[in-house]
Design a protein around this ligand. Structure first.
Ligand SMILES: C[S@@+](CC[C@H](N)C(=O)[O-])C[C@H]1O[C@@H](n2cnc3c(N)ncnc32)[C@H](O)[C@@H]1O
Length: 281
């Protein structure tokens, strides 16, 4: 049985699977604050996932420890300045209108969580899961929650299921069609996953059904503009194309130390013009 890392002090670059090829966390000696996109090349983006297969064994003691850790994260997040700002932002009419537009006449939207990471080993994924739990509690318009990350262990899967979430059993590679209003919660995922999601939904009706929490698309564009000799990968190209009709609202991280779990994240909504058609990528 693979031992679960007990992590509350573990940083991202201590475990290579948490280093996104498109994002570098710039860690000054003591503080972790500034995060910026990294120059990427197509061949880097097409990297194979070389993750160890997840540990599928179920362990009741680990389950109960994990539950306690999630409870702690939940309390920490709920009382944070970050969460206050987060709720205010969703309730701000400009953002709320975007959610209403996605909902249309439906009473709720499904939530699909991709790339949450190991909730047993790292605090950032636990804080991200806590945000999912708090959103679900606060907003009745959030429906069923489905979760997938190839690193999820048997213990993590059991805990997620006991929280009432469905764990997806096949790797969709982010290619879920938004045939109905769907909130995709994809914190710090790789560009390829956003690309796949956009590609499979590349028509006006499906794009309008999408609300996305993920890496800032504006930052991808900014990086593309300022870095000389930057070679936009095929994945980034679709993200940049989506920028032409996306509405983006940067998530404010506030003064507390949740920055690491939510840095450079945005809400994204897509409202392409039917007449103009979608850009060809
Ligand atoms: C950079 S990590 C981010 C982890 C976590 N959200 C965080 O902020 O620390 C990207 C995550 O995406 C996951 N991932 C890779 N391929 C995926 C796929 N096809 N579907 C869902 N998640 C995937 C990886 O296993 C990894 O946990």
């Amino acid at each position: 049985m693979a031992a679960a890392a007990d992590d509350d002090t573990t940083t991202y670059d201590e475990r290579s699977e948490y280093v996104d090829p498109d994002w570098t966390v710039v860690l000054p000696r003591r503080k972790r604050r500034k995060c910026q996109p990294k120059v990427s090349h197509p061949e880097q983006d097409v990297k194979e996932q070389q993750l160890a297969p997840p540990d599928l064994e179920v362990d009741e003691e680990r389950e109960s420890k994990l539950m306690q850790k999630i409870e702690t994260s939940l309390k920490k997040l709920e009382s944070s300045k970050f969460f206050e700002l987060f709720l205010n932002q969703i309730q701000d009419p400009e953002v709320f209108n975007c959610f209403s537009r996605v909902l249309g006449s439906e009473p709720s939207m499904k939530m699909v969580v991709y790339g949450i990471g190991s909730i047993e080993s790292f605090e950032a994924p636990r804080l991200q899961l806590s945000l999912v739990m708090l959103m679900k509690r606060k907003f009745e318009w959030i429906g069923d929650v489905e979760v997938f990350d190839p690193v999820l262990s048997g213990t993590e899967t059991r805990v997620l299921e006991s929280l009432g979430y469905s764990v997806i059993t096949v790797n969709e590679e982010g290619r879920r069609q938004a045939l109905k209003p769907t909130l995709f919660f994809m914190p710090h995922c790789e560009a390829s996953l956003y690309h796949n999601l956009l590609e499979v939904n590349w028509n006006a009706d499906m794009l309008r059904n999408l609300a996305l929490f993920g890496n800032s698309f504006e930052s991808y564009e900014h990086h593309n503009d300022v870095v000389k000799d930057y070679i936009a990968s095929p994945y980034t190209k679709r993200i940049l194309a989506a920028r032409t009709f996306a509405e983006e609202f940067r998530v404010k991280t506030g003064p507390d130390d949740h920055c690491r779990a939510f840095y450079e994240s945005s809400w994204l909504f897509f409202n392409p013009n039917h007449e103009q058609g979608l850009p060809i990528v």
